[in-house]
Write a protein that binds this ligand. Structure first.
Ligand SMILES: Cc1cc2nc3c(=O)[nH]c(=O)nc-3n(C[C@H](O)[C@H](O)[C@H](O)COP(=O)(O)OP(=O)(O)OC[C@H]3O[C@@H](n4cnc5c(N)ncnc54)[C@H](O)[C@@H]3O)c2cc1C
Length: 309
């Protein structure tokens, strides 16, 4: 892992830097490359403008590690309302939530109940809830939340990270459930005891996990793979695998983040590939933004350029 990536990921957890950065207009300006705005209306507007390109979306309100029960309740209410707004707008826009936004650090049962409320509302509205994966200590409780929710409905999916050694086993354990799984490389600072330190190993594991999930015996009712990456050579290799192995379209979708690889997003959609773009919004963007910078150090220069007149 590069020194720059480590530094940026370490900075992402600093409260002092978060408070400073959110006040600076040049930082806010550079954040706008990755999010259409802080309000849910901004995200819904972006989703509406992507729809004619046959690009569907996933909406996520930034925030993590809530420290008060009333905050977890507010987040849950917010997402219930988003599910209603999406239905009213006639959009194909799913939602994605972080367990620590729903109160996982405060009370596991309450977090599950909040998730269940969202999943039930999504089922009523014909929608779908994704559960983000946070840093490695949260993997077990997040899997537990997912398994419980999945035992009630197929309208819920989970993100798993290719940089973790354990993910291969987690994938095998979820396959019999008919799980909706989003494979990502992983965005947090993890020690070499739990995660591959070398990017080439993460990339190789990503391909391995996706091909496992695309295999005929993994395609159970309810299962779908989200190939969530901006790594175009890797996505193209997987697209070639899909063609070669005649994997049905219903078994997978590509997924990318708003504002990243826009040209490639348009290309995938033009080629008739199923693509979802995850749109983030909200005021609590600092840790998320630092993770985006860490993914591509060139973004740091982009951010610094915003400081120039
Ligand atoms: C839909 C979606 C959901 C996600 N959910 C989670 C989650 O729940 N948990 C989690 O840990 N992580 C999540 N991530 C983030 C993920 O783990 C990676 O950190 C992120 O996607 C970067 O990895 P990559 O696969 O794009 O490949 P990389 O090898 O990092 O990048 C490949 C290429 O993509 C471009 N690129 C990548 N990132 C950026 C960027 N920030 N700015 C500009 N260009 C960039 C660059 O050209 C780079 O060379 C999610 C990502 C996506 C797309």
């Amino acid at each position: 892992m590069s020194v720059m990536r480590k530094v940026l990921l370490a900075m992402s957890t600093s409260t002092f830097l978060r408070e400073q950065a959110t006040k600076r207009s040049f930082v806010r300006k550079s954040v706008s490359a990755f999010m259409p705005g802080e309000k849910v209306e901004d995200a819904l507007g972006a989703a509406t403008s992507l729809a004619p390109q046959r690009i569907n979306t996933i909406l996520t309100r930034l925030g993590e590690g809530v420290t008060r029960l009333d905050e977890a309740e507010r987040v849950t209410q917010h997402y219930l309302d988003v599910l209603d707004k999406v239905k009213a707008a006639g959009l194909d826009a799913q939602i994605s939530v972080k367990p620590t936004q729903l109160g996982l650090d405060l009370d596991k049962e309450l977090c599950y109940r909040n998730l269940q409320r969202l999943v039930d509302r999504a089922a009523e509205r014909g929608n779908f809830v994704w559960i983000d994966m946070e840093s490695s200590p949260y993997v077990d409780p997040t899997l537990e939340l997912y398994r419980r929710a999945r035992s009630r409905t197929a309208r819920v999916g989970i993100a798993l990270q290719a940089y973790l050694y354990r993910t291969e086993k987690d994938v095998e354990s979820l396959i019999p459930l008919g799980a909706a799984i989003r494979i990502v490389k992983g965005a947090y600072l993890e020690p070499p005891e739990v995660a591959f330190p070398k990017k080439s190993d993460v990339d190789a594991n990503y391909f391995k996990l996706c091909t496992r999930l695309l295999a005929a015996d993994a395609r159970k009712p309810g299962a779908i793979l989200h190939i969530a990456t901006h790594d175009i050579p890797l996505a193209d290799r997987l697209a070639a695998y899909i063609t070669q192995n005649k994997v049905p379209e219903s078994a997978y979708e590509f997924a990318m983040l708003y504002g990243i690889q826009r040209g490639q997003q348009a290309r995938l959609a033009r080629d008739g590939k199923r693509l979802r773009v995850l749109i983030s919004y909200g005021e609590y963007w600092f840790p998320w933004y630092m993770r985006r910078l860490a993914e591509r150090p060139a973004n740091v220069w982009f951010a610094l350029r915003q400081m120039l007149p």
